[in-house]
Structures are given as C-alpha cells and as structure tokens.
Design a protein around this ligand. Structure first.
Ligand SMILES: Cc1cc2nc3c(=O)[nH]c(=O)nc-3n(C[C@H](O)[C@H](O)[C@H](O)COP(=O)(O)OP(=O)(O)OC[C@H]3O[C@@H](n4cnc5c(N)ncnc54)[C@H](O)[C@@H]3O)c2cc1C
Ligand code: FES
Ligand code: FES
Length: 497
C-alpha cells in the first residue's frame, strides 16, 4: 500500500504525501513546488488560467519511446483537481514549455501577435494552444479558426481581447522537437508510474482519508466499511464545491487505479462505459455509432473539463440539468453498480434503469456501500431520428437552463405526399423538474401521423406538463417556453422537414 501520490512535474518525480496530497493541484504547484506560472482566478474550472498538460500512461503502453512516445498530453484545469487524484500523472506546466532559452511555439506566437496585456491568462492560453499542437501538429487536419476556437473555449481573457489570441493560435507552428510527448516521455519515469499504479494508495491526513484501490472488489470493501464515503471521479463537480467552502469528504474513494474502469466497449448495439472514461473519449468513440451524441458533447463544458470529466460523474451527480441525462433516458440507459456487503465475500452487482435512478432532487436509488462501475446505453437504430438540445446563456462552457432529447422512428413514406407517421417516440427533458424526466404520455400522443397542428398542440401540452423551478439560470415561466420551443424546433427541423 502506498502512502503517497506519484506525480512527475516537468519531468521531475514527486512523492506527495499527507496534507499536500489533499491540496488542489494548482495550489500545490504554486505554493509547494514553486511553479507560480500556473495562475488561479476563478477556482471553478471556468477561466482556464490554471491550465496544465497532463498525461497518464496506461498499463501495456508502448515502450518504443522513439517511434511513438507513450504519453498523450491533454489540457486540464489544475484548480479543481486534488494532487491525490493526479497520482500516476505526468504534468507539464508553463515553466516546462521552453526549450532552453528558446520560447515554445505557442509562447512565441502569443508574443509575436501581441496577444497578452496583463499576462494573467497567458500561461493558460499557452497551455491550451500547446494541447492543440500536441494533437494536431503533423497530422493532415490543418488548424483553422474553428478548431483553434474549440481548443480555446475553456480560456477567458479579461483585457487583451480574443482577436490577437486567435491570430496567435492560427500562427503557431511546431516541429517534432517541440513535441511535449517526446520531451517528457522519459522511459524510467513512465515505467515508474506504471509500476506504482499496480499498488493501492491510502493517504490519511487530519481525519480525511483517500483510498485508491486497484480492483473493484477492494473499492467495494472500502465503501462498505466507510459509511458516508464519496467517490471521486474527475472532481469537476466535487472540486468546485470544495473550493466554494464545502468540507472535504472524510472518506474519499478514487477509482483511478482500476484499469477495467477505463474501458469503453461496444457489444451488439450497446456501449458500456467504465466509470473512469472521460467525456472526450466518449465523444471520439461515438462519432460513427451515435453522431448526435458526439456532436452534442462538443457543447459540453470545455476541453479541459471534458478531457477528465466522466459520464458516470455526470450521472451520479444527479443534477436535473446534467447534460447527458436526457440522452441516457431516451437511449435505454442503464447504471451498473457493485457492492460488497460487510466488506467481505463476493461482489454483489445489479443494474438500475436510468428511468428508475433518480428518486428526488439530487438523490439516487443507490443503496449504502454501492458504487457505479459502468453506464450503458443503446446506439440509435438506423431509422431512428435523434435530436439533442441544450439552451444556456452562452453557447460554450455553460450549464443548461433546459436540455432535451428526442427520438422518433418514422414509418417509411415511399413517394406518398401524406404526412409522416411515427412508429415510436421518446422524449426526455432536463431542467424542468427536480429530476430529469421522460414524458410517456406525450410520446404516446406523438405516435401516428404528424402534422404541424399536432406538433403545436403537443408543444402546449409540454409547457403545461413540466414543473420547472426558478433559479439563476432562468425563471420557471421561461423554462416552460423553452421546453415547448425545443419540441417545436424538433418538429419543424426533423419531423416535418
Ligand atoms: C466549468 C464547468 C463546466 C461544466 N459544464 C457542464 C456542462 O456543460 N454540462 C453538464 O452536464 N455538466 C457540466 N459541468 C459539471 C461536470 O463537469 C459534470 O457533471 C461531469 O460529468 C462530472 O464528472 P466528474 O467525473 O468530474 O464527477 P465528480 O465531480 O468526480 O463527481 C460528481 C458526483 O458523482 C459522484 N460519483 C462520481 N463517480 C461515481 C461513481 N463511480 N459511483 C458513485 N458516485 C460517483 C461523486 O461522489 C460526486 O457526488 C461543468 C463543470 C464545470 C466545472
Ligand atoms: S482558475 Fe479558473 S479554471 Fe482554474
Ligand atoms: S491578458 Fe490580461 S486577462 Fe488576458
């Protein structure tokens, strides 16, 4: 059992124990490691000034370091992740980007394009651009304005303005020698990380313990013997709450050392997604089988959040405005849970339908000691028409006021000019009740011939049926109108088009 988190920062090995392991990574980098280039502004994952690059080698990764460096660096926010959960990671901060006296390509482009004034956001932009170069440099896809904007969605600048920053992102070019993966894929460091990951982790400080076991069985034993434990996914929800003053849970269970939970598998027509699979991975893997989900996930948060945030975390967070929940409700979503009553003996596993998971505002039908190991969902059938929508104050990096998922199977119409006929329909909403909901009576009423009059009448019924709350994201009245209008848009753009 290890009592330290192993992290490599700019190639230097650190064994982080006790109090320091419970700090947020950004605070630890600045206060303990003396790397003050990483800035913190919002401490909520919203501004990107704390962006660093992170790679986590997987067991069995290549050892042919010259041909293919095994580390794949991605941008993450360091303000909402504890050092403990970065265990096994290789982190590169802005201080690690320069090659000797030479600025990195992103630093050089920011300077040449005059893309920095006060400079507080600049390290974050440099790191976000560097993540873009890591993935797109040297491959066929040129970096155009849209791609650059996508990579910078998670970064805010309050004084320079974005025109010059985007110019810098388009101007930046790197050669092989600038590849962060090549520079930091040190064989000894990578192997040390892989070896450490085979050992469970237990860090205790001041009444708080963080346990990271290497099997689901061990995880369930910890859960059974620590009432009130909390699972830590990527902490993009939990970390924000902690930074806002919520105390750290006394018993924290991190699943980051359990290799099986990083798997995303397709069997027959369903995906089964492990608790450690990030939303960015799901977006990439679903491009062909569930293109609407993949498109929709582009609108989810920022690259820094998506690179780590999990689907299971979104489900378990149980927010009525969790963006993936309406999709899971119309896609026969299921939640797979495991427990080990008394902490001994065989695992007990069961499956809960998404439609039965939420029992009230932010409450789940989980029994004490149960953890979610996977979520599964069905791919849409070829003849199914799916539309996922969200309405938020900004298009990017914003939480929904209302979200919706619609799916309809249309009967073949041939050449007839008759109205389309719906064989089956599924409709789900988020943000219109204490939990995400399906609307079975509207689904049933939608079946059969579709006309503009029918769409209008059902839109009005939806507005009457939903019971939203008023909060900072919108009043109840506004949300009713949104719910009805999203359905009208589905009718006009998909069913009657
Ligand atoms: C800047 C920002 C933007 C965001 N944008 C969006 C957005 O556009 N749409 C959206 O829906 N959300 C958004 N979120 C919220 C958040 O990113 C998502 O809910 C994310 O999916 C949570 O995943 P996580 O792995 O970080 O969960 P965590 O924060 O680690 O966990 C969330 C909750 O789930 C529990 N949990 C996690 N894993 C398990 C498990 N295996 N078993 C049991 N319980 C578990 C935790 O105990 C905790 O209560 C945003 C957050 C931030 C900070
Ligand atoms: S400080 Fe704003 S995202 Fe981390
Ligand atoms: S340069 Fe000042 S916040 Fe961006």
């Amino acid at each position: 059992m290890r009592d330290y988190a192993l992290v490599h920062v700019n190639g230097v090995r650190h064994e982080v124990r006790g109090r320091e392991a419970l700090m947020m990574l950004a605070d630890w980098l600045r206060r303990e490691a003396g790397l003050t280039g990483t800035k913190t502004v919002c401490s909520e994952g919203d501004c990107g000034s704390c962006t660093v690059l992170r790679a986590m080698p997987q067991p069995g990764c290549t050892t042919d370091f010259l041909e293919a460096p095994p580390l794949e660096f991605e941008a993450v926010n360091s303000c909402i992740a504890t050092v403990a959960q970065m265990d096994g990671s290789h982190i590169v901060t802005v201080e690690g980007m320069q090659c000797g006296a030479e600025l990195s390509p992103a630093q050089e482009a920011m300077k040449t394009c005059h893309a920095s004034q006060c400079g507080y956001c600049t390290p974050g932009f440099v790191m976000a651009m560097s993540a873009m170069l890591e993935r797109h440099n040297g491959i066929a896809q040129p970096i155009g304005p849209q791609l650059a904007a996508n990579y910078l969605t998670g970064n805010l600048c309050r004084c320079t303005g974005y025109v010059t920053i985007l110019e810098a992102a388009l101007a930046v070019k790197a050669t092989k020698q600038h590849s962060v993966a090549r520079r930091y894929s040190n064989p000894a460091a990578v192997q040390a990380g892989i070896a450490a990951a085979e050992q469970s982790l237990l860090i205790e400080h001041d009444g708080v313990c963080v346990c990271a076991p290497v099997t689901v069985r061990e995880a369930c034993s910890f859960a059974a013997t620590h009432p009130g434990f909390r699972v830590l996914g990527a902490a993009t929800d939990l970390g924000v709450q902690i930074n806002k003053g919520k105390p750290l849970p006394r018993a924290i269970l991190s699943l980051h050392l359990i290799p099986d939970l990083y798997e995303m598998k397709q069997t027959r027509n369903r995906w089964r997604v492990g608790a450690r699979v990030s939303l960015a991975t799901i977006r990439r893997m679903c491009e062909e089988s569930s293109p609407e989900l993949s498109r929709f996930l582009n609108l989810f948060a920022s690259p820094q959040i998506k690179n780590v945030a999990t689907l299971v975390g979104n489900v378990a967070n149980a927010s009525p405005i969790g963006d993936t929940l309406p999709f899971l409700l119309i896609s026969d979503g299921q939640v797979h849970v495991a427990s080990r009553p008394g902490g001994k003996g065989p695992l007990r596993q069961r499956t809960i339908a998404m439609t039965d998971l939420y029992t009230g505002y932010k409450t789940l039908a989980l029994e004490p000691g149960e953890i979610i190991t996977h979520v599964s969902f069905a791919n849409p059938e070829a003849k199914e028409m799916v539309r996922l929508s969200k309405v938020s104050m900004r298009k990017d990096l914003d939480i929904s006021a209302v979200s919706a998922a619609f799916s309809c199977t249309l009967q073949k119409r041939g050449r007839s000019r008759k109205p389309p006929v719906i064989e089956s329909a599924r409709i789900a909403y988020g943000g219109v009740a204490a939990t995400p909901i399906r609307l079975p009576e509207i689904e049933e009423a939608l079946e059969g011939e579709v006309t503009a009059e029918k769409i209008e009448s059902l839109a009005n019924r939806i507005a009457d049926r939903v019971k939203p709350l008023s909060d900072v994201r919108g009043s109840a009245a506004y949300r009713r109108v949104l719910a009805a209008n999203l359905f009208r848009r589905f009718g006009a753009e998909v069913l009657l088009a």
